[in-house]
Design a protein around this ligand. Structure first.
Ligand SMILES: *[C@@H]1O[C@H](CO)[C@@H](O)[C@H](O)[C@H]1NC(C)=O
Ligand SMILES: *[C@@H]1O[C@H](CO)[C@@H](O)[C@H](O)[C@H]1NC(C)=O
Ligand SMILES: *[C@@H]1O[C@H](CO)[C@@H](O)[C@H](O)[C@H]1NC(C)=O
Length: 478
């Protein structure tokens, strides 16, 4: 009996100290900065993926890069947290707490006190793939090979890679091909295309930039959410926890969140001192705030997003068309089309496909509703680091499988799990259904609209060039 009292006394003593860094079951869904392993719990086994009576004949993959370093401007901002940390430590030492029940616990404070900016994380390496991102990418490539051994062979001629030739994507390509081909990958001349207009069409679409990307209205639901009690109360609670008797600026809260989620993506087992500023409830609100942003910027919230995202769906359909109904496949034709991209394009593509669509739009004023709490649009699951969308074309023999009626089937996988689409069986869809669903989208998919609304500004550019020419001419003449 005595041990029970002891335990109770201990629990009461502990109750005064909320140690958020040692939660048994921490909340690890951090929107677009979620580690793949947290988004993708229960990774399916990497044994060969068998569909009885069917052979995989073509593989299409759209894959986000692994965890990366912050961009240069982010590095500057995040480093400023050093000064803020000093204020937290001072608050604690001065006993700046109205309510000690809400105070950060001593061991969390010690973690913060010991925190230092990693000096190797400087602008030279801004935005680059991390060691963890490199490894996860390699492992993902190996997993795909184990799942489709007859299709993803060691012959480089069977592949075509598309990515932008920057540091992040080139290293992603390097990691992925090392996973596929081993050490000799580097000496291989692997077929690749580096056309940014194909990989990131939204960057070349003035109509999208004007109406969505740079349009302040895109963030209006986010701003509504930020003005609500449930968000403001979160800021007050975090401020009190860190010993501030006034509300800390939203920008600083977001900076701490940014570092917390980066930390957990750079090293998934290490405790991040910055995460101890947040309760599970806080983290869910911050996740929703980002979902509101991505929903309108890259998702169903703006009509143009699917008009850009359709380009990748079209790419997939055109690729499969090369195989359907063909008895002879030319040797040099790629069987695997692999694109490396970032969160924006992955989300736009899923939107064009109609995946993760909620019945009602997400808004800033109904956080507690069942719609929001069980929403389908969650960037943590749709676009974590290394997030990916795969489509595999199968050719089936008649009567080889009583569940398969058609000769051609497409298996859709999201982060290696079957993607649920209406009319399909655990991600496996008849080719005719895929054609029906995406045919119209693909037929009407072109980026002409991108430049149609900006004719006037291109006239201005021409005029400007003209004037500039004459000015220069005049200057030279004088
Ligand atoms: C960044 O760190 C690396 C290695 O620590 C160093 O070689 C490089 O000069 C640094 N770059 C800048 C801009 O400080
Ligand atoms: C959009 O918001 C930014 C920053 O709040 C502001 O500077 C800009 O003037 C706004 N643009 C429009 C068109 O309202
Ligand atoms: C803020 O703290 C109060 C008091 O502990 C608690 O009742 C409330 O649920 C908290 N709010 C949020 C958003 O976490």
């Amino acid at each position: 009996m005595i041990w029970l009292y002891l335990l109770l006394a201990l629990a009461v003593a502990k109750g005064q100290e909320t140690c958020l860094s040692v939660e048994d079951d921490p909340y690890l869904l951090f929107g677009t900065k979620t580690a793949y392993i947290f988004a993708n719990l229960g990774v399916p086994s990497t044994r060969a993926h068998d569909v009885p009576g069917c052979q995989p004949i073509a593989f299409w993959l759209l894959s986000r890069h692994g965890s990366n370093n912050p961009e240069a401007n982010d590095i500057v901002e995040l480093q400023k947290l050093g000064d803020f940390r000093n204020n937290i430590v001072t608050n604690y030492k001065n006993g700046n707490f109205r309510n000690t029940n809400q105070r950060i616990c001593t061991s969390d404070l010690n973690l913060l006190e010991q925190w230092q900016w990693n000096p190797r994380l400087n602008v030279t390496f801004a935005g680059d793939l991390t060691a963890d991102g490199y490894m996860t990418t390699q492992q993902l490539a190996q997993a795909w090979r184990q799942r489709f051994p007859g299709l993803l062979t060691s012959s480089r001629h069977h592949y075509l890679f598309k990515y932008v030739n920057d540091q992040l994507s080139s290293n992603t390509f390097k990691a992925f091909t090392e996973g596929l081909f081993g050490d000799q990958a580097e000496s291989f001349d692997i077929p690749k295309e580096n056309d940014e207009k194909i990989v990131r069409p939204f960057k070349f679409c003035p109509a999208w930039t004007k109406d969505v990307g740079d349009n302040n209205d895109t963030l209006s639901q986010l701003h509504i959410f930020e003005s609500k009690r449930e968000y403001q109360e979160m800021i007050s609670n975090i401020s009190l926890r860190l010993g501030f008797n006034y509300d800390v600026q939203k920008e600083i809260i977001l900076r701490m969140y940014q570092l917390c989620r980066y930390n957990k993506a750079w090293d998934v087992v290490k405790i991040s001192p910055w995460c101890s500023a947040f309760t599970r409830e806080d983290l869910k609100r911050l996740e929703y705030a980002e979902d509101l942003e991505t929903y309108y910027k890259y998702g169903y919230g703006s009509a143009l997003n699917k008009d850009v995202g359709c380009t990748h769906v079209k790419d997939m359909m055109n690729f499969f068309e090369n195989y359907v109904g063909k008895d002879e496949i030319p040797q040099q034709q790629p069987r695997a089309m692999i694109q490396f991209t970032e969160a924006a394009m992955l989300l736009m593509t899923l939107t064009a496909m109609g995946a993760h669509q909620d019945t009602a739009p997400l808004t800033g004023d109904n956080y507690h509703s069942a719609n929001v709490q069980s929403r389908k649009w969650t960037a943590s699951k749709m676009a974590p680091f290394n997030g990916n969308l795969a489509a595999v074309l199968y050719k089936c023999t008649q009567n080889g499988n009583f569940q398969v009626n058609e000769e051609y089937q497409v298996l859709f996988l999201e982060n290696e799990h079957p993607l649920s689409l209406p009319g399909c069986r655990v991600g496996l869809c008849d080719w005719s259904l895929v054609k029906n669903r995406f045919g119209e989208l693909v037929k009407n998919c072109n980026l002409d609209f991108c430049n149609s609304a900006t004719k006037i500004s291109s006239v201005n550019v021409i005029l400007f060039t003209f004037v500039a020419f004459f000015v220069r001419y005049a200057v030279i003449r004088i």
